[in-house]
Design a binder for this molecule. Sequence first.
Ligand SMILES: Cc1ncc(C[n+]2csc(CCOP(=O)(O)OP(=O)(O)O)c2C)c(N)n1
Ligand SMILES: [Mg+2]
Length: 890
Amino acid sequence: MTKLPPHTNDADPQETTEWVDALEAVIKHEGMERAHYILKQLSDHATRTGAQLPYALTTPFRNTIPVQDETPKPGDAFIERRISAMVRWNALIMVMRANMDNDDELGGHISSFQSGATLYNVGFNHFWRATNDDQLGDLLYIQGHSAPGIYARSFLEGRLDEEQLDSFRREVDGNGLSSYPHPWLMPDYWQFPTVSMGLGPIQAIYQAHIMRYMSARDLVPRDNRKVWAFLGDGEIDEPESLGAISLAGREELENLVFVVNCNLQRLDGPVRGNGKIIQELEGIFRGAGWNVIKVVWGSQWDSLFARDKSGLMQKRMDECVDGEYQNYKANGGAYTREHFFGKYPELAELVAHLTDEQIYKLNRGGHDPDKVYAAYAEAMRTKGQPTVILAHTVKGYGTGDKGEAQMGTHSLKKLDKETLQAFRDKYMIPLSDEELESVPYYRPPADRPEMVYMHQKRRDLGGYLPARQDDFEALEIPDLDAFKAQLGSSGEREISTTMAFVRLLSTLTKDKQIGKRIVPIVPDEARTFGMEGMFRQLGIYSSSGQLYDPVDAGQVMYYKEDKKGQMLEEGINEAGAMSAWIALATAYSNYRCPMIPFYVYYSMFGHQRIGDLCWAAGDMRARGFLIGATSGRTTLNGEGLQHQDGHSHILANTVPNCVSYDATFSYEVAVIVQDGMRRMYQDKEAVYYYLTLLNENYQHPAMPEGAAEGIIKGMYRYQEATGEGQHRVQLLGSGSILREVIAAAELLRNEFDVDADIWAVTSFNELTRDGQDVERWNMLHPEQPARESYVTQCLKNQSGPVIATSDYMKNYADQVRTWVPANYRVLGTDGFGRSDSRQKLRYFFEVDRYFVAIAALKSLQDEGSITADIVTDAIQRFGIDPEKPNPLKS
Ligand SMILES: Cc1ncc(C[n+]2csc(CCOP(=O)(O)OP(=O)(O)O)c2C)c(N)n1
Ligand SMILES: [Mg+2]
């Protein structure tokens, strides 16, 4: 008869035991599947009778894979332990050396990698395939602050030398190692910037999704490639970490493996001191359709489990909270004996034969290569589900009482002499006490068995990791002529730049060379942008095709989901859509297949909402287009304060390799997109594009002769002054407000005898970057003839003050002030948006034609060209209340 642990609330222990015995018998004689079946029948029956069962998505706090089902780890356990020890050593040393004998405060982390070392080493030795001429390898999202351990392995492998390790976090002089994974700084090494917590997990999910998309469309073979993402248990609290896991479950992303390093601690303290992070995550992931593998306990516990016939030890494990588990590791064997086992006399008895030292060494699953191997092997085999491995570890493992499971261990940067010696002894690093004085790295000669073994393992898996491919085969980009429809006048037809863009996109998808590489991505706003025609034309990607008849099936533009769909409709999920875009925008590297993604979204929900992903995209050398549709504070008029964007260009300019444009006319859109494709995919510049589009309808002129170059540089003369007026001004306008500027020029000419040159400014950001670059060069070359910024070149031979107006904050146009060789006045839309007609909003924000005209007149007054009463007269004539509140404050 089974002996059950004492439960105080068991009304009839005898009856309970009978049920458990019956179940045991079924498992023993008929197998687990039959047991499952019977339990399911019982549960269904109970539900039919109306019973509310205490459904639990969690299992007891123990390993998911029973000992007898573990796939045995092949290879030489002893040698692998040696490799692991050396990796640990060098990871520790490189952080210590970065922080020794200097006041540079370079930082670095010891404890995170020491807790995750086995999780990485098992992967490197047995699972992770590299990309080479024959295969596309696995994609690894490595916990950012575990970077020292990854460098340490590369050092052992001979890919990095001591000098480079000593240049950890010393990058300015070149050849340094970046603090965290940064492809921008180490383009042949790191693939994914992960250290801004949460960005790794969400990107990994969408990477796996895009991997399936790419193969569904026959762009790259599917193979058995996997995406592995390493997460901290503290990192899990980021909304991005868990926010997209249901997509992975729903899409059955069997090519995705999450490994959560559950060391129970984050930076300040325990992740769930009063609960159990592993159990919490088990429930969440299982509920989202994931295959959950808990790796809680190491092999040292196996014999205790075998002897724990009553389940009392399990009960004790289940009732302890993480704060207590942290205590056991921080306080050692005697403490654990007393506080963990000592709670029940039978349990104390169970470990009576063990010394305190042996109790302390009862290991956690994430530090046991055999348990980790078994979990990884299971993840590799899993079909139809993503896998999450919840690995129980100790933060600062091996760093003794100075670091192991200590509250402040995350910030540990150095070990004292005794702790270092103890670490050396624990990992049997053959260095004497004297040698330790210099805090040396350790790498055995190349012919040592460990080294031979390690290289062989990587050869078997196709090469070394991490590795990133930066180069790709250039694409043949169509000439500008291909977009004739956008370059000509729209005639009487009033259209928006969004409509022009959608047509251009449609043309691109039909291009023989690049058509299949074009990927429109929307987060549930295609209809808003008039892109619904693409549903049918391109199909919406869905891994299950379309299992229903769409209600609009009879219509030409019906909602067509398709296994080979080209368009991505990612739902109301900007971070997800952006992550999909990033995966495609880096496909040139990770799939050796350049893709041209266009992510089209409400401009307000771009850089402002997902700015950190935009930043990461720059780091990753993403290539593609972000399209901020319905942009402009006063142009998207009805939607109000939380939609009307007047600052996305300012944010876009914070990403160094993001090239941004605010277009007015369809020919500008065509020129910008064509040139962008040329720069990114033909000339292989590591930039990406941000282009704002408008939903205001108006007539579009044909492209003025020779305008293309200026459009790309950021400004061109749209209309020359007639030369007839008494006074002269230079009017700059961008986006929708250019049209107000054009109207203002007419007012000025007709009513004030002021003649205006009109300049269309497609990018104050590009103008600014050019100006700053020129200024910098001039500063550093004082003896050389000074160079001239493009803004200066455009305006230097013009006369009259310069007035710039945009639908963005004044800062946007104000950036170029230094290079404007004249009196410069800026109008813009600072302040919270609100709903009203465009006309009213432009009056409210003081960017309509009348304000442009007044700004011009005021500038002429300031120059002494006209008298104040003319300006006053204009203010009155236009019905402007001079006491109207400042929009910034209203
Ligand atoms: C978005 C973001 N916020 C804060 C940090 C700073 N930070 C770096 S590591 C860390 C603690 C990480 O804890 P955990 O995820 O559990 O990883 P562990 O080191 O324990 O493996 C914090 C707060 C960050 N990198 N990113
Ligand atoms: Mg942690």
